[in-house]
Design a protein around this ligand. Structure first.
Ligand code: GDP
Ligand code: IMO
Ligand code: MG
Length: 429
């Protein structure tokens, strides 16, 4: 029996949703452990697209259990909407196949208001957040004033906490950010109404996972965002407010490190970023436009155009170290088809010296010049390939280069958005 963690190795949107959906057939439980509805994980099954923001990407499979761990910040309104949308599409979602950790923190209306007002105030220096209240909610968690799912079940605790928080938040919103204050009673009424609907889902997720492991079941942990959006290891402050690295699966789901056996890192065959922040291999030319259009690189959550650039293996190598990656999945390889030449960044040059990991200082990073290796492209359509030998030699060379530079074996190659557009080299389970 083994448990697998899937994480993004870049700035998010690597195709985690597709890989998690694919691997769910081998798992019994699928667990999200950090982030919130800033995530947008796209699954394409039988020609139909589903985007998961909070519910784990295993939800399309019958007989699998999906768990939302304590490490998430959950907007209860979004969760109920997501449950509703899936049910309308004929996908059964109920307390039989979905649990929400009683310790998960709840996103409140004032978190969203603060997120939006702060970004507005920052103007051109904004982070480019998703505006979903993620940062302010994690701040309250760390500040020990947060409201947790369990508080929904205790009406007096909920009332007291909303009242206390709102006093401080309204002061900050109006006096510092120049935004509108929020009213207490409508928030309380709204959260009380949602309590009734959410109550059956609220459970001890750590215990559920433990019981599953004891009965020989396999767990798939689904990361959100990406390693370089990690609050500790990413391009701070242009990051999210959680730890998307694999180690966070322990704290964010309530399991010990001995329960994580295999760590799969998802690498998009090129690099994208949505929102502001440094991007050394960004392409601001027609090749960038080509990749953006061919890869349909628009945010699954906000619809924003994603910035595109060459594959940056210095970043991926950093991700190997931060996550302890034991295999890599390469996605969106088909998008590169048709380009005459491909570049892969294998390191940076900083003040005339070659460096192999990213400097912490953004000022230093701004001085870094990517060192590229150039490889020939390929023209044959690869989206129907199901075995590695069916790929053109140039495509295999591109993959070989990734394996060589990262020193991590490849397990899955994705050549299209659909579940079956996949080459399985080694099953991570
Ligand atoms: P996630 O956040 O990591 O789950 O990734 P997103 O769902 O935000 O973005 C990945 C996008 O690429 C989605 O639209 C997927 O349907 C799509 N996708 C995933 N794998 C492939 C692939 O191999 N080829 C192509 N062309 N699209 C893919
Ligand atoms: P998935 O799971 C890509 C980015 C935002 C912004 C920064 C901070 O789909 O890969 P936040 O709202 O989290 O405070 O925004 O992080 N960001 C993502 N970018 N994919 C995501 O999730 C992201 N979640 C947050 O664009 O730059
Ligand atoms: Mg996404």
């Amino acid at each position: 029996m083994s448990n697998v963690v899937v994480v993004g190795t870049q700035w998010g949107d690597e195709g985690k949703g597709k890989v998690v959906d694919l691997l769910t057939s081998r798992a019994d439980l699928v667990v999200r452990f950090q982030g919130g509805n800033n995530a947008g994980h796209t699954l394409v099954v039988n020609g139909k697209q589903t985007i998961c923001h909070l519910i784990p990407s295993g939800i399309l499979h019958d007989g699998k259990k999906c768990l939302i761990g304590n490490g998430l910040v959950v907007d209860p309104e979004v969760l109920l909407e997501e449950i509703d949308t899936l049910i309308k599409e004929g996908i059964p979602v109920s307390p039989n196949n979905l649990s929400l950790s009683e310790k998960a923190h709840l996103i409140m209306p004032y978190h969203k208001a603060i997120d939006l007002a702060r970004e507005e105030a920052k103007g051109k220096h904004k982070i480019g957040t998703t505006g979903r209240g993620i940062g302010p909610c994690y701040e309250d968690k760390a500040g020990r004033t947060g409201i947790r799912a369990i508080d929904l079940l205790e009406p007096d605790t909920l009332e007291e906490k909303i009242e206390q928080n709102l006093k401080e938040k309204n002061f900050y919103l109006t006096k510092f950010l120049g935004a509108q204050p929020l009213e207490f009673q409508p928030i309380l009424d709204h959260y009380r109404a949602m309590e009734e609907l959410l109550r059956p889902y609220i459970r001890d997720v750590s215990l559920e996972i433990d019981q599953a492991i004891r009965s020989g079941k396999q767990i798939l942990f689904e990361g959100a965002q990406g390693t370089h959006l990690d609050i500790d290891h990413g391009t701070y402050p242009f990051v999210t407010s959680s730890n998307p690295v694999s180690g966070a699966a322990c704290a964010g789901a309530g399991v010990g490190p001995d329960k994580l056996h295999h760590i799969n890192g998802i690498v998009k065959a090129y690099t994208t970023r949505v929102g502001s922040g440094p991007f050394p291999t960004e392409l601001l030319d027609k090749t960038g436009d080509y990749i953006q259009e061919k890869g349909a690189e628009f945010g699954a959550t906000t619809g924003r155009r994603r910035r595109c650039g060459w594959l940056d293996l210095l970043m991926v190598r950093d991700s190997v170290r931060f996550n302890g990656l034991t295999s890599l999945s390469i996605t969106k390889l088909d998008v590169l088809t048709g380009l005459e030449k491909l570049k892969i960044c294998v390191g940076y040059e900083l003040q005339g010296k070659r460096i192999d990991s990213r400097p912490a200082s953004l000022k230093m990073l701004a001085q870094c010049i990517p060192v590229y290796e150039e490889l020939p492209g390929w023209h044959d359509d690869i989206s129907d390939a199901r075995e590695i030998d069916r790929l053109p030699r140039e495509t295999r060379d591109y993959l070989k280069k990734i394996e060589e530079i990262t020193e991590v074996p490849l397990s899955i190659i994705s050549v299209g958005p659909m579940r079956e557009q996949t080459i399985m080299i080694r099953d991570p389970f």
